[in-house]
Design a protein around this ligand. Structure first.
Ligand code: NDP
Length: 481
């Protein structure tokens, strides 16, 4: 049994109330561990530790701070195997994915911000002719809250924590109650790396209990949240009237637009990944596929054949898709597949649970492709967040731009074409924070990351993150020439 504990002021401890939550292995549907069910008392204790630690952490030299973050990155790399095993078991994702994507990226997050903090400069503006000069300092905010989801557990947890710490803040952070283990292991690595007690505090528990207590804490001055749009709205409702700084990375329903002049083989390989990587549970997955009419039938045949060959099975084995995160989530996805049929959608492949003999209670689903007739139907408008994509033909640019932009979300979009002018036109007109042309999930950590419309507020990544986690202060000095 894996017993996760809170990490507060450099100490591992249970929730103050002693309450726990069961942790379930999605691959088997069985309980395999527990975690603390924390509440506002635990958050208060974590806040006290964080504010105590803030005074000296903000004063550490950039070199010292950077060295500790580099050391954490190294330790993540050195412990890749253990972390990947834990991530795969906790979330149901294929072990290979955890080894090649999730854990390496967690290390890169620390490495990137360890370096970025030494390159982040303040600004000066000389008011020429007015004998004045302005310095804009960027000070850490204080104690900040970081809340992350279950789909890319350590990857997204570290994506918030690393810039928050790099900027000189101290942190109270909560991983998803469904995937707490790698954050727990990270706490041990941070301790080993010499991160002073209280600088990072990790508190476990459900969203409405531990998460809500972070958001509502009057002295936690900024909240960086990644998760669903409905939760984001709740968080904004609590935090906005308290005038907290807010970064919200929310849901998506991303279009994947395929023109007949694309590099077909490359597009097909990438589209398999962008549709079903991590069982389709990546906010950037392209869940609405639009294909230009001349290659529609060919694409449909090739894609459906390749999808039906994808292997679904225990995440510890060589599979393309592991288990989805929970029983409830599996039911939600199946509900959308049933809805698709009611809406007149045609299931081209998949559509069912996969029952594994060795793990009949695990949460496995077949990768599913649904041909839809109307881009405004609910399965084409609402985030399913599972191994389900829709397929529709289109005839011209105007039509597909209108269909792509018809959702309330606007996180990312992919475009497949060899026409440079077209890629610029789409880049300008697609309503999303990220547009990929002839690629997918291709991230340079210096670039801004985030969505428009219901996909979020604010940007993460590079200096955007360091700006979020600092407060600018302008000092204007008038001098006598
Ligand atoms: P949720 O919104 O359910 O949860 C996200 C986090 O918020 C979890 O830690 C959760 O805790 C916590 N939480 C829940 N309720 C509250 C509350 N009232 N106050 C404070 N915290 C709360 O999202 P999921 O975990 O289900 O993640 C999937 C969603 O995340 C999808 O919509 C996906 O699109 C989105 N996402 C967005 C990304 C982006 O960058 N834009 C990237 C990845 C995912 P607990 O789980 O313990 O209840």
């Amino acid at each position: 049994m894996t017993r996760v504990l809170n990490y507060i002021n450099g100490q591992f401890q249970p929730a103050l109330s002693g309450a726990t939550i069961e942790n379930i292995d999605p691959a088997t549907g069985r309980v395999y561990g527990s975690l603390p069910q924390s509440n506002e008392r635990d958050i208060e204790q974590a806040y006290d530790a964080a504010i105590q630690a803030f005074g000296s952490w903000r004063e550490t030299t950039l070199e010292q701070r950077s060295a500790i973050l580099y050391r954490i990155a190294d330790l993540i790399e050195e412990n890749l195997e253990e972390l990947a095993q834990a991530e795969s078991r906790d979330s149901g994702k294929p072990l290979l994915l955890a080894k090649t994507v999730d854990i390496p990226r967690a290390s890169s997050n620390f490495r990137f911000f360890a370096h970025a903090l030494t390159q982040f400069s303040s600004e000066a503006h000389e008011s020429v002719g007015k004998n004045s000069i302005n310095f804009t300092l960027r000070h850490p905010i204080g104690v900040v809250g970081c809340i992350s989801p279950w789909n890319l557990p350590l990857y997204l947890f570290t994506w918030k924590i690393a810039p928050a710490l790099a900027a000189g803040n101290t942190v109270v952070a909560k991983p998803s109650e469904l995937t707490p283990v790698t954050a727990f292991l990270l706490a041990g690595l941070c301790q080993k790396a010499g991160l002073p007690a209280g600088v990072l505090n990790i508190v476990n528990g459900t969203g409405p209990s531990a998460g809500q207590a972070i958001v509502a804490h009057p002295k936690i001055k900024a909240i960086s949240f990644t998760g669903g749009t409905a939760t984001g709205a709740k968080i904004a409702g609590v935090a906005a009237p308290m005038f907290k700084k807010l970064s919200l990375e929310l849901g998506g329903k991303n279009p994947n637009i395929i023109f007949s002049d694309c590099d077909y083989d490359r597009m097909l390989e990438t589209t398999l990944k962008s549709s079903f990587a991590n069982q389709g549970q990546i906010c950037l997955c392209g869940s609405r596929i639009f294909v230009e009419r001349p290659i529609y039938e060919k694409f449909k045949i090739d894609f459906v054949r390749r999808v039906s060959e994808l292997r679904v099975g225990p995440p510890s084995e060589e599979v393309d898709l592991g288990a989805v995160i929970s029983k409830d989530h599996k039911q939600k996805i199946l509900g959308y597949i049933a809805l698709a049929q009611k809406e007149g959608g045609n299931i081209l492949t998949g559509g069912q649970e996969t029952k594994l003999e060795q793990h009949p209670e695990g949460y496995y689903l077949q990768p599913t492709v649904i041909e839809v007739k109307d881009h405004l139907c609910r399965v084409n408008q609402e985030e399913i967040f599972g191994p389900v994509v829709t397929l529709m033909p289109f005839d011209n640019e105007e039509e597909v731009i209108e269909m792509a932009n018809s959702v309330t979300y606007g996180l990312s979009a992919s475009l497949w074409t060899s026409n440079l002018d077209r890629s610029m036109r789409f880049g300008q007109r697609l309503e999303s924070g990220i547009v990929w042309v002839n690629t997918w999930l291709n991230r340079d950590l210096r670039t801004p990351f985030g969505g428009v419309k219901s996909s979020g507020v604010g940007r993460e990544g590079g200096f955007e993150a360091l700006r979020f986690f600092t407060e600018p202060k302008n000092i204007c000095i008038s001098y006598t020439p």
